[in-house]
Unconditional design. Structure first.
Length: 372
């Protein structure tokens, strides 16, 4: 009954939101609908309190003003007033706490899920692992940052190369963690906002009932490119989702790299440029000159142009001195690391003519494992 009475008001709020862009995004999940109703209820309660207090103040100012001959009355320890100003706020808090508690408990009710997806936050991208289907992928920002035309699109900085795809009508459980710093996975229309913390697994859930594309962002200040870490969720019908899963598995098999393949330098550079643009540009810049005082330049670097072993080690295992340099061995394959190192050693003003094969990365990885 309460929800039925509130729906006309929610409809009015939704219409106003579309016209003025001043309200929450329209909910598309049961959890988001609860949060929307709670938001509206709180808005009504606080609005009534504001109007009531303002009305009493204005009445007292006008009706009992000194100019009309009134004199302020002094009184202390009025039991009736003390009971009222204790009881009324208590009742208001109870009216707020009951629906809020219902929503919080619903957010934590992750049992009986239909599928589970592991979400890992990286600076500055997301990885999605479909634990039930046995595949996963990285999701990067797809918007060209420096393209003036891109800024005119509604989805500017909210586009990714690989969205999270889920079936409609299914309860999706998310297991969230992070590889480096704290991130936060937030999609307003799904009613989901959960921190991803290194070393911990947090879980949440959502269920989308109609197909569509829903966008969000990382809402934790996670570094210099915090604003370039969008989230895109595509909800498909179960039949379309099954087709998408089959295509993903087929593509994974088709693009899987042969770890024993010997690559030419040109092929490594081409593959490495793609890996570099997706992962390294935010810190080291497209021109390889880095950000002075913050991120080192690769163009002309001694490690990049001369010390091949050190170059492999820092990309594979990260930097012990500069904690912003992650261990890419946890994110990239042997072929991808070999390719990006080969590209860096032969890009910009670097012309070593050297290539690094995946077998060298595999050997370095085994050596690091033996030491640990």
């Amino acid at each position: 009954m309460a929800r039925a009475r509130m729906m006309p008001l929610l409809l009015c709020c939704s219409v106003a939101a579309r016209a003025e862009q001043l309200n929450l995004q329209a909910p598309v999940t049961p959890m988001a609908a609860q949060e929307y109703e709670l938001h509206t209820l709180l808005l009504i309660i606080t609005g009534l309190i504001f109007v009531g207090v303002l009305a009493v103040m204005l009445y007292a100012i006008v009706r009992h003003r000194k100019a009309a001959g009134h004199t302020a009355r002094q009184f202390h320890e009025n039991t009736t007033v003390e009971i009222l100003w204790t009881l009324i706020p208590f009742l208001i808090l109870v009216a707020i706490a009951l629906p809020a508690t219902r929503s919080v408990l619903a957010q934590k009710r992750v049992a009986n899920e239909d599928m589970t997806i592991k979400v890992t936050g990286f600076q500055w991208k997301w990885r999605y692992d479909y634990l039930d289907q046995g595949f996963g992928f990285m999701s990067h920002l797809a918007t060209p940052r420096d393209d003036p035309a891109a800024t005119q699109r509604p989805e500017y900085l909210l586009e990714v190369d690989q969205p999270l795809v889920v079936p409609t009508g299914k309860k999706v459980r998310l297991l969230l963690t992070a590889n480096d710093v704290i991130h936060s996975w937030y999609v307003p229309q799904l009613g989901v906002k959960q921190d991803a913390i290194p070393g911990y697994y947090r879980d949440t859930w959502f269920q989308v009932d109609r197909p569509g594309t829903y966008r969000g962002q990382c809402t934790e200040l996670c570094g210099k490119d915090h604003g370039f870490m969008p989230i895109v969720v595509e909800a498909k019908t179960p039949a379309e989702y099954d087709q998408w899963v089959a295509a993903q598995k087929k593509a994974a098999l088709a693009t899987a790299d042969d770890p024993n393949k010997v690559w030419t330098l040109e092929d490594l550079k081409a593959r490495g440029q793609q890996v570099y643009s997706q992962n390294c540009v935010p810190c080291h810049q497209a021109n390889g000159r880095g950000i002075p005082g913050t991120f080192p330049a690769l163009d002309g670097s001694t490690i990049v142009t001369k010390d091949r072993a050190a170059h492999i080690d820092i990309v594979l295992n990260g930097s012990k001195r500069n904690t912003a340099m992650p261990a890419w061995g946890k994110q990239l394959s042997d072929t991808e690391i070999a390719a990006v190192i080969s590209y860096e050693r032969n890009a910009w003003g670097n012309h070593t003519g050297e290539s690094v094969q995946p077998s060298a990365i595999r050997a370095a990885r085994a050596g690091a494992a033996a030491k640990s």
